[in-house]
Ligand binder design. Structure first.
Ligand code: SAH
Ligand code: SF4
Length: 350
């Protein structure tokens, strides 16, 4: 029988497991802190535990961790790390510094099954969900990098790397809990943002769980027919259903919803598209993040031309909507979702 990953255990399960190993209960708390506060991903790092006990733990459990594979630094100081899981999957995390923040962008799946047409990850196909430990490792490694490079810990975490967080709800939720709990990493939930392509049942579940994390929706079009063309998941969860779920989310949490809108030339960037978006925004309080598409080799979408982003933003602002134009960071290192892992696949197929 394969050994259990100790990071998949809840505190209660860990307590039971430690008692079953004939050890004192306080050891469970020590292990918990090593795992979730100090970020140990190896039993030998747990230096406050006697060596024999560490051996016993190794016999009973594993810690599935990730290793750094490639590090690429952009001229704007954005750093992208390609990690490799123990079973050989390549995933990526990005550290994005700004004057006031250091943000970690992390992955939740190896690949993504949802196949959005513009997305490098979506075009990679899907391997598997990452475990809570593999997601947490990315945060710990990027935090260490933030401390060594910028002398400060991470200020924000965004679940906007590879994969769809709501297809890996349990693991992502556990990570949120570990990151925000005082006996874990201890970060305020307000500093975390989860981005989803719009999975309705999980939006409702997330509203009910009300963990204080910001919710962002990858909308990209407020027109059902156009959205379906670029995001196949929109057929399963049409805009009408999405609106109902987001209304519920707002009623339950009282939070403003972030809408991500990727501007792509000739796809969703006319003033008519902006008008449809403004109409969509009447349903609940929103904040709109406009992002110019980051072009991906081998994918046929283009970034918007000339003044398009500014004109689109101005139109929305006239409607009294809150709009942020997001600068695309790390362009020179292909820091957009899934691009680095994709590069390797292209090299391999050449
Ligand atoms: N699956 C989730 C989270 C990961 S994607 C989601 O779709 O929301 C994070 C964001 O990056 C999404 O808004 C996605 O649409 C965007 N994205 C994907 N490819 C991009 C590209 N080439 N340039 C800019 N943003 C991109
Ligand atoms: Fe998956 Fe998000 Fe990429 Fe769509 S945009 S394929 S949901 S990672």
């Amino acid at each position: 029988m394969s050994k259990r990953d100790i990071r998949s255990l809840s505190m209660d399960e860990l307590n039971e497991a430690i008692v079953a190993l004939d050890e004192k209960k306080y050891r469970a708390k020590q292990i918990w802190e090593w795992l979730w506060k100090k970020g140990a991903n190896n039993f030998d790092q747990m230096s406050s535990l006697p060596v024999e006990f560490r051996l016993k733990l190794k016999e009973a459990f594993v810690i599935k961790s990730i290793a750094i594979d490639v590090v690429v630094k952009s001229t704007d100081k954005t750093t992208k790390i390609r990690f490799v899981t123990e079973d050989g999957h390549k995933i990526e995390g990005v550290l994005i510094p700004s004057s006031s923040r250091t943000t970690a962008c992390i992955s939740v799946q190896s690949g993504c099954p949802l196949g959005c047409k513009f997305c490098a990850t979506g075009q990679l196909g899907y391997n598997r969900n990452l475990t809570e430990g593999e997601i947490f490792d990315q945060i710990m490694i990027l935090n260490l990098l933030s401390e060594t490079e910028f002398n400060k810990p991470l200020s924000n975490i965004v679940f906007m790397g590879m994969g769809e967080p709501f297809l890996n709800y349990e693991a992502v939720y556990k990570v949120i809990k570990r990151v925000t709990s005082p006996d874990g990493f201890g970060m305020s939930p307000k500093r975390l943002t989860l981005s989803t392509s719009g999975l309705v049942p999980e939006i409702i579940r997330f509203a009910d769980d009300d963990c204080g994390v910001q919710l962002a929706i990858s909308l990209h079009s407020a027109n059902q027919a156009y959205r379906e063309e670029i995001m196949p998941i929109a057929k399963k969860y049409p805009l009408g259903e999405l609106v109902k779920a987001l209304k519920y989310y707002h009623e339950k949490t009282k939070e403003r919803i972030t809408l991500e809108y990727l501007l792509m030339d000739g796809v969703n960037d006319t003033l008519n598209d902006a008008q449809e978006l403004a109409q969509f925004c009447k349903n609940f309080p929103v904040k709109i993040n406009l992002i110019a598409y980051n072009e991906v080799p081998g994918i046929d979408f283009k970034k918007p031309i000339g003044q398009t982003v500014g004109d689109f933003a101005a139109f929305l602002e006239q409607k009294n909507l809150i709009v942020n134009i997001r600068r695309s960071r790390g362009n020179d290192i292909a820091a957009a979702c899934g691009q680095l892992a994709n590069e390797e696949q292209q090299e391999e197929s050449n």
